[in-house]
Design a protein around this ligand. Structure first.
Ligand code: 4AD
Ligand code: MG
Length: 463
């Protein structure tokens, strides 16, 4: 293989001048043979575009190279010259081409457009398609932007545990983690004896790092987590995954308003970051996936975020002439059809809904003075619906204890959490933002499976 330093396609295409000798390594996207010349488009994933390689019949292995199949891997050395072809500034006049890996004729990616479902079934080659190239480059850049936002604002990054004994959201949607023999587990009084399990108690994969995050916030003030989260909810929707990544900031000495402000600042930062750093991939999504995406993001960067109470949301929905599948009743959770109607039809932009009825929200949310609602906040955005869920936390020991008892949560298992409220308790708040929901919003992709490298959903854990 050539020992000349490799240049990525991205670097080549951004070149400021011709270069006598470059080396580029990548996979063949297409081959076109003309009279006494052949062209290969070579892509290495570094950017959306491919570089054109020009083959003259003087190449030693001209015949062999001009017959390598689509998908084959090549190392090309040659000269970077200005391209006479329209739409590209540079091309490489090949002086030497090494065929590294040939590609069989049945290469599954053809020139025609493939359905996203089909591409999901070919995990390896899906990544070489235009769409998924753009998705995963953006996913990488935006993950970096998440850290950049919080680090620039002085937040501490905490890695909360993946295995835990607490169901933070209380929804009973945890995947169990056990080393007990499933065929004949040890039993006591006809029940599985979890005390003889690996950790001496029932454990599962985390549904949220929030509770542990709160401990850190009451020592480090402003913290965030960013990691994998698991939900065993059997909802086969385009917006739910069994494994997804969540960003959970937690801020001390803060109330619900501060929390909404942080959510707004963060979302705006991510949008602006994408507009400034992912132009080429965004152009593709704008043309092929969601028409008007770039304008939508541009207007979000400047939009006012509206805040309404849950009670107001219910009134607005009840007054609308829309007929919903699920009735709108105060005290019932908003369904995604309701959420989308609010953000898409009524406000046509981002909306915070705050102060939800206590019976539909988790135990840790702060009780409001009306004793009927809690200081919860959801941020709804067009096309995606709920992108952020958060709250101010109950910082009053007695109130929290009463709330836990009412929900049947054993205080002795949660003493470490309650204790935050004993020695220097303070108002604090935080939220969770689903990274995949954010990516859906920023790319226009409509199915959460299509923004995850290897999606896990009910019935699917292959690859
Ligand atoms: O609203 P959720 O359940 O809130 C929490 O877990 C809190 N503990 C967060 C906190 O206050 N620290 O989830 C937060 C966000 C949702 O708004 C949504 O964006 C995303 O996580 N999310 C999912 N994303 C993909 N698939 C799923 N099954 C999701 N469930 C929630
Ligand atoms: Mg939620």
């Amino acid at each position: 293989m050539s020992r000349l330093a490799k240049t990525s396609v991205k670097e080549l295409l951004q070149s400021q001048s011709v270069k006598e000798e470059v080396c580029v390594k990548g996979w063949v996207r297409s081959i076109r043979r003309g009279k006494g010349v052949a062209f290969i488009t070579l892509n290495d994933g570094s950017c959306f575009a491919s570089v054109q390689i020009v083959l003259s019949p003087e190449l030693d292995n001209y015949e062999a190279v001009s017959k390598v199949g689509t998908g084959a891997s090549l190392v090309v050395t040659g000269e970077l010259v200005e391209s006479p072809a329209a739409g590209q500034a540079w091309e490489v006049q090949a002086q030497n081409i090494e065929i590294i890996g040939i590609s069989d004729e049945d290469y599954p990616l053809q020139k025609k457009r493939h359905s996203l479902e089909y591409l999901r079934s070919i995990a390896h080659l899906r990544l070489r398609s235009n769409t998924f190239g753009a998705v995963f480059r953006m996913r990488s850049q935006l993950a970096f932007a998440v850290h950049q936002f919080f680090q620039q604002h002085g937040f501490l990054y905490v890695q909360t545990p993946i295995i835990t004994a607490n169901d933070c959201e209380g929804a009973g949607e945890m995947f169990r983690v056990t080393t007990l023999n499933p065929v004949n587990p040890p039993q006591q009084n006809g029940q599985v004896d979890w005390s003889s399990d690996f950790f001496g108690e029932r454990t599962g994969l985390t549904v949220s790092g929030q509770l542990q995050g709160e401990l850190f916030a009451t020592a480090f003030s402003d913290i965030y987590t960013f990691g994998p989260t698991f939900r065993a909810e059997n909802s086969n929707t385009s917006r739910h995954a069994a494994e997804f990544w969540m960003i959970e900031p937690e801020i001390a000495f803060a109330d619900l308003r501060d929390n909404c402000q942080l959510g707004e600042d963060f979302l705006r930062y991510m949008v602006v970051y994408a507009l400034e750093n992912c132009q080429e991939d965004l152009e593709f999504f704008n043309q092929r996936v969601e028409k008007g995406l770039i304008d939508k993001l541009g207007s979000l960067a400047e939009a006012e975020f509206v805040t309404i109470s849950y009670t107001e949301a219910v009134e607005l929905l009840q007054k609308s002439s829309q007929s919903f599948e699920f009735p709108v009743i105060w005290g019932h959770d908003l369904q995604s059809e309701h959420e989308r109607y609010l953000t898409e039809k009524i406000f046509n932009g981002p909306v915070f809904v705050v102060d939800y009825p206590k019976q539909i929200k988790a135990f840790y949310m702060r009780m409001n003075n009306d004793e009927k609602t809690v200081a919860a906040m959801d941020l709804l955005v067009p096309r995606v619906g709920e992108i952020i869920g958060g709250s101010q936390r109950e910082e009053r020991y007695d109130v929290l204890q009463t709330r836990m008892a009412a929900q049947g949560i054993a205080a002795d298992e949660m003493d470490w959490y309650l204790d935050i409220r004993r020695w220097g308790s303070c108002p604090h708040a935080g939220f969770g933002l689903g990274f995949e929901r954010l990516l859906m919003y920023l790319t226009g992709m409509e199915n959460i499976r299509d923004v995850i490298p290897f999606p896990r959903t009910p019935g699917h854990a292959r690859f």
